[in-house]
Ligand binder design. Structure first.
Ligand SMILES: [Zn+2]
Length: 185
């Protein structure tokens, strides 16, 4: 269960429940499909984010209760009802917006605390991560080739991709230089 508590803790501070890495969002409202660090798919299944909605609504009401009851207790017997009510409405309107991203990672942590990742999902994450690294390696090599071609032909450099590229060179950075110099000379 120690791992479950850790997963929950990571989710609450907006980190990947599986590995603890940050940077899970492309923008405030757009989550990445997978963790950049461990490859875990964030959306476990269809309808998964309904859980995040429940976390968000639940947290909004907890905050509302704290605000309202706390405000009442602190100011009793001269409770500023109107102010409390307006504040409560503002809270109910703003927290669902401000807490949107947080509710997703908090839900992932909560879910992982009770439903650990299955071996099949772990294997799939590793495969996806490997594919992403290979894609990045291909991209880097294509860029290097394009730069080399531009250096040689100046403005004429048009053919940027080589159809016959050997995938076996993908993860090999030495391979980039060899291919690049081969094209320049
Ligand atoms: Zn991760």
């Amino acid at each position: 269960m120690a791992g479950g508590v850790q997963a929950l803790g990571r989710g609450l501070v907006m980190r990947c429940p599986t590995c603890g890495a940050g940077d899970l969002f492309v923008s405030y409202y757009t989550m990445r499909e997978r963790c950049l660090n461990c490859g875990t798919a964030f959306e476990r299944e269809e309808g998964y984010w309904v859980g995040a909605m429940i976390v968000l609504i639940g947290m909004t009401e907890v905050l509302f209760a704290i605000w309202f009851v706390g405000g009442m207790l602190l100011t009793w017997p001269d409770v500023p009802w109107t102010g409390l009510l307006i504040g409560g409405v503002v809270l109910n309107l703003t927290f669902p917006v401000l807490g949107y991203s947080w509710s997703k990672t908090a839900w992932m942590g909560l879910h992982d605390a009770f439903v650990p990742e299955e071996p099949a999902q772990q294997a799939e994450a590793i495969t996806a991560l490997d594919a992403r690294r290979r894609a990045a390696a291909f991209e880097a090599r294509d860029r290097a080739l394009a730069e080399a071609a531009e250096g040689e032909h100046g403005a004429e450099g048009t053919d940027r991709s080589e159809p016959g590229d050997d995938p076996r060179d993908a993860g090999d950075h030495e391979g980039f230089d060899d291919t690049g110099s081969g094209r320049t000379r």
